[in-house]
Structures are given as structure tokens and as C-alpha cells.
Ligand binder design. Sequence first.
Ligand code: ADE
Length: 284
Amino acid sequence: MNFHILTLFPEMVMNGLNTSIIGRAVAKGLLTIEAVNIRDYAFNKHQSVDDYPYGGGAGMLMQAEPVFLAYKAVEEGILNRKAEEKEKAEEKEKTKEKEKDVVTGEAAEETAEEILEHHENDKPLRVVYLSPQGDTFSQKMAQDLAREEDLILLCGHYEGIDERVLEEIVTDYVSIGDYVLTGGELPAMVMVDTISRLVPGVLHNDVSAEFESFQDNLLEYPQYSRPEEWHGKKVPEVLLSGHHANIEKWRRQQSIIRTKERRPDLLEKCELTEKERRMLEELY
Ligand code: ADE
């Protein structure tokens, strides 16, 4: 998956995303992250990107043109890369075709079909504008966005961005919560991190991405590592038993109890068995 971040502070984003799991995934080629400096597209003497808002009011606004040009540069890069990939795929198919033709005589049609299919999958680009006015980011939204091959994240600064360019390029408005930050860079980093760990191969084992907090609307069960006893607190007996079915049952119960105590709002959206509902009734 390829992330393209339009920002006035590219070092901030890149420095925040080049370590640990995300940094390793980039090194392995599972992800690419590019931060494009909007200021590079300010074609005036002082390379300024902001101006006073019409009608007055506090602060400055990011102007439409540099944002638009930065977006167009990223779009062009993506389209060029895709065209190259397509060309390579077609080249490969052609050689295959020739090899197959000798034996079966019917491979040409199949290959044309495959290429057409490839073209059909080209969807319009998603451009996310990070703003407290957007839909609240969630695990579900991350799962949806993780299906994109390219994702463009637009970070505002100052008092925001000229509305006209937003109307022209933005497909999704996303907020990371009901509070106001100084810019969209931290929210963009939150999104890249959350989405990246859903990309196959980024986490060591893909099972952990599926079973954690918020999947199924249940919080994660408590976990323990060595030593068996710490500050007088023992690891629950069942986890030392080696009995996998019992361990799974205990973990599911703990997840339900924890969700009931810490996020009862989530429990309402969760599918519980009759037995699990009875357990909750007995406990609370
Ligand atoms: N920009 C400023 N505050 C924000 C927030 N809460 N979410 C997304 N983008 C923002």
C-alpha cells in the first residue's frame, strides 16, 4: 500500500513513521510513505502558502493553488506508476501467450480477459482531508481504507484550507476525535499507523490484527508474561494449564467482562450467545 501525505511539515510526518513496525514494513517494501511539501508548489517570490481570509476573522488560510498543484503532482506520480505496472503486466502476459500458443492455441483470449480485469479494478483515488469536521476515524474505517492501493492524506494548518480546492479534490473528511489540533499531521500519522498494521505481512502474525481490541466490538482480554508471580499477583491458573479450549473460553469471557466495564457502548453492538448474556446478568 502507498501513502501520500500532503503537508507543510514533511519531516514531522516522516520522522514519526520511520521507526518500529511501520519503519520495518517500509524497509521490507510492504508500504511506501511519501510526504510531499505543499510549499514546493507555492510559485511566488516568498514561497508563501497562506493568506488572510476574505470577510476577515482570525488567522490565516492555506491557499487553494499550492494544495491543488501538490495534489496534481501526486496524482500524476500514481498514474505513471500504474501505467508502468500495466505495461509490465501486459509484456509478461504477451510472453506467456507466445509460450502457451504453441501448445494450446487458445491462450490469447484468456490473457486479454485478465488484462481487462486489471483495468476494471482501477478505482478513483481516495483523498482524505484531516479535519475536526470529518467523520470520526474508527477501526471499521481503517479496514475500508486498507483496501486501497494508494491513499492521499491532506494535512491542513493555520485556520484551514480554501474551501474551493477541498471541493475539487477531497473524497473523505476524517477527524480523529472531538478536539482541535494545530494541524492534520498527527491525525495523518494516526491513520497511517492504524491502516498499515492491517496490510498483510506488516505484523508478524496476521492473526493478531484480527483478534485485537475493537475487532468484533470486544476489548482485548488481559495478558500476562513471566514471572508467574509479580508483586504477590499470580498469573490466572487457566493460562498455565496448557488446555487450549479452556484458555479460549476464559479469554472470551474476560473480553466480554472488560468491555462491559470499560466500554459498555461497544457491548451493545456485539453478538453474544445466550450463555454469555446469562453470565453477564449473573455478574452485574
Ligand atoms: N486537525 C485538527 N484537529 C483535528 C482532528 N481532531 N482530527 C483530524 N484533523 C484535525
